[in-house]
Design a protein around this ligand. Structure first.
Ligand code: NAD
Ligand code: UDP
Length: 312
């Protein structure tokens, strides 16, 4: 198979590149490196089955030769990234999705959209199942990301309905693991970086808001299974084990053996109060559920961050 991955130099995208290369496929990674890292894909460049195209997918992309699947993962994804690049985020979710769908259509390829639990906004239903339509503030600071992804889902369904394209929508919940950037501003890299540098751990608000963290290998398995189904509607992929952010900070502090203080900082605007996936659909359709415990996933991620900090 020849598989195109937009955002292939990012955290999740690079793990997908690796997985498809290991399975013996050809991978075309399309990335403009706005938030991605060359070191994430450096080791794949030796493979004759790996091609890197430095390209902004918000502009049309024409490729020679057959393509079997297009996975659209390009987008700034952490809150500080999409607040720094609001217009690029809106463009890659709208124009970028249009171009990636256009490529899939031209090649008769399958298409998989990396959507997000952010389509549920600050949810009023808990846990969140795919039938919930969400509670998003379109003009708030997070709206650039949430609405771009909601538009991307609508466009994907339109291509499926109008053109008969084989499309898939993964609603991805908070995912973590090696190759996250230490400075991406998300809770986990912040807490681990702060603990390792013996700096105060910054918990926003009172830390009672919840998230549910999924280890990258589990997510990749879910995405691969979804890609080869015939199911076009959204599927939640995430780990249903929920934790408050304050407990998460404590857990990381304990794991690192650090002595940092926990300090409280203002809660960002529209920060969701709770988030936990209902994964019944993924269980039934894909026979999938996360296998890696938070403790094990955090241990592997910490090892990676320790190595990165030694190198820098
Ligand atoms: P990331 O920032 O590490 O990766 C995104 C990649 O897309 C980067 O390599 C970036 O350079 C590239 N990119 C951005 N705009 C582009 C453009 N216009 N053209 C080409 N490349 C572009 O983020 P991630 O955490 O790996 O997220 C990947 C995808 O998964 C995103 O679409 C994100 O919305 C989605 N997602 C991630 C999570 C999570 O917890 N990590 C949760 C839900 C959804
Ligand atoms: N958060 C925090 N301290 C930090 C970074 C994030 O308390 O240094 C909080 C943030 O306000 C949110 C939760 O942790 O409530 C998860 O944030 P993240 O940016 O990881 O992901 P998202 O908000 O997109 O779920």
């Amino acid at each position: 198979m020849r598989i195109v991955i937009t955002g292939g130099a990012g955290f999740i995208g690079s793990h997908l590149c690796e997985r498809f290369l290991l399975e013996g496929h050809e991978v075309v990674c399309v990335d403009n490196f706005i938030t991605g890292t060359y070191s994430n894909i450096e080791t794949f460049l030796d493979s004759p089955r790996f091609t890197l195209l430095t390209h902004d997918i918000s502009k049309p992309l024409y490729l020679d030769g057959p393509v079997d699947a297009v996975l659209h993962f390009a987008s700034p994804a952490s809150p500080i990234d999409y607040l720094r690049y609001p217009i690029q985020t809106l463009k890659v979710g709208s124009l970028g999705t249009h171009n990636a769908l256009g490529l899939a259509r031209a090649k008769g390829a399958r298409f998989l959209l990396a959507s997000t639990s952010e389509v549920y906004g600050d949810p009023q239903v808990h846990p969140q199942s795919e039938n919930y339509w969400g509670h998003v503030n379109p003009i708030g600071v997070r709206g650039v990301y949430d609405e771009a992804k909601r538009f991307a889902e609508a466009l994907t369904m339109a291509y499926h309905r109008c053109h008969g394209l084989r499309t898939h929508i993964a609603r991805i919940f908070n995912t973590y693991g090696p190759r996250m950037r230490l400075d991406d501003g998300r809770a986990l890299p912040n807490f681990m970086g702060q603990a390792l540098r013996q700096e105060p751990i910054t918990v926003y608000g009172d830390g009672s808001q919840t998230r549910s963290f999924c280890y990258i290998d589990d997510l990749v398995e879910g995405i691969v299974r979804l890609l080869w189904t015939d199911y076009p509607e959204p599927v939640n992929l995430g780990n249903p084990e929920e934790i408050t952010i304050l407990d998460f900070a404590r857990e990381i502090l304990e794991l690192t053996g650090g002595k940092s203080q926990i300090v409280f900082r203002p809660l960002p605007q529209d920060d969701p109060r709770v988030r936990r996936p209902d994964i019944s659909r993924a269980r039934e359709l894909l026979g999938w559920e996360p296998k890696i415990s938070r403790r094990e996933g955090l241990r592997r991620t910490l090892e990676y961050f320790r190595r990165m900090m030694r190198l820098s």
